[in-house]
Design a protein around this ligand. Structure first.
Ligand SMILES: [Zn+2]
Length: 375
């Protein structure tokens, strides 16, 4: 079943403009799909993005509101949410009794086949929605891992604007590092003008100092030309002297990792400012498979009296790219004993972090058995 090929179509019959993208950090979860604008109104025709069959229909006052699930032969399921109503064929499958309805129907393959481009629903503003739009998710049908719908729909969306970084945060590790002579975390703006270009390179002239182990975090947004909206960053790399110490590629997220956004991001800072700084290192215990680091978990160890050249490289799904350079001078300080640190225990922890995800992402919230099957 999961070996089939799929040709993908747009879910709407006009140019797609996004109000939100996949994986945007939000408190306690990542945004699980893309938000397709519907001209601030209900009533747009929504089409299946590929061949398959309607596998589930849910009606709820909360959450996704009216939602329809289409399972595709390539092993993905697309989910269309906050709908006003479903196409007539699907409305005929069940009876509504009132606005408080909480309904959940599963359909077997063969019952409600769909072709890519078939009308399946009318857009709306039902469930937990702050305005009319289409929230569209793409999941691995078997594991229910959330995938970036841009992988399939990217070619329908115009984007020639690179992501932009606003500022970085230096996070000296407790008792092990100093930044600009201080033990506490500090933020520094890049001061880049609002350029909205396809690619950009920016160098901070200010000099910083550090000693010992310091982590970094970044506040950045992605943009496109069609709207004032901003989006999460698909791809982030941190290089130190040209060597990659951290990389994140927000292409798929296991549902079980949703709460980990609060550890990858600086949740305390978000609570105070509603700004997300995403760390460029891995906190111990984080399983998020989209984070990749060197042996030091991405934490930079300043142990030599010299200049360290740091570069952030941000890229969106379409390959628009921006680079931010800044220099940090290693400055010895007797308050911190800065020595290269490697131990067997570190190696074991790293090995465990690398393997753990393989065993824990199956099963998550895919299918629960206690749902009525409509035959
Ligand atoms: Zn959404």
């Amino acid at each position: 079943m999961a070996n089939g090929q799929c040709e993908y179509h747009s879910p709407v019959d006009y140019d797609i403009v996004l109000a939100g993208n996949f994986g945007e950090p939000r408190p306690c979860h990542f945004h699980g799909g893309i938000d397709v604008k519907t001209d601030n109104q209900e009533g747009k025709k929504i089409y299946s993005i590929a061949d398959g069959y309607v596998s589930r229909i849910t009606v709820n006052k909360y959450g996704f509101g009216n939602a329809i699930y289409v399972s595709h032969p390539d092993g993905n399921t697309s989910v269309y949410c906050h709908l006003k109503r479903f196409a007539d064929d699907y409305e005929a499958q069940f009876e509504r009794t009132g606005w408080r309805d909480t309904l959940d129907f599963r359909f077997p393959p063969g019952k409600l086949p769909v072709k890519g481009g078939d009308l399946i629903a009318i857009s709306g503003n039902t469930g937990h929605s702050t305005g009319p739009h289409l929230h569209l998710e793409l999941h691995d049908t078997e594991t229910w891992v959330m995938r970036d719908p841009m992988e399939k729909l990217g070619s329908f969306i115009a984007d020639t604007v690179a992501p932009q970084a606003h500022s970085f945060m230096a996070i000296p590790q407790k008792g092990q590092g100093l930044f600009n002579g201080g033990f506490s975390k500090q933020t520094f703006g890049f001061g880049q003008p609002d350029t909205k270009k396809r690619s950009t390179t920016w160098t901070l002239s200010r000099q910083f100092t550090a000693w010992g182990r310091v982590g970094f975090a970044l506040w950045a947004d992605d943009y496109c030309e069609a709207t004032y909206n901003h989006y999460g960053i698909r791809h982030t790399r941190l290089l130190v002297d040209g060597r990659e110490v951290f990389r994140s590629d927000v292409d798929s997220i296991p549902v079980s990792c949703q709460p980990e956004v609060n550890q990858w991001g600086d949740y305390d800072h978000w609570r105070r400012t509603h700004i997300w700084y995403m760390k460029s290192y891995r906190e111990p215990g984080l399983r998020l498979p989209i984070l990749h680091t060197d042996l030091n978990r991405g934490i930079v160890n300043f142990t030599e009296e010299r200049d360290y050249h740091l570069t952030y490289i941000l890229r969106d799904y379409r390959g628009n790219e921006s680079r931010y350079h800044f220099t940090v001078r290693g400055l010895p300080d007797s308050r911190v004993a800065a020595t290269p640190r490697r131990s067997l225990l570190d190696d074991y922890r790293l090995w465990r972090q690398c393997l753990w995800p393989l065993h824990s992402f199956k099963n998550v919230s895919a299918a629960s058995a206690a749902v009525p099957m409509v035959m």
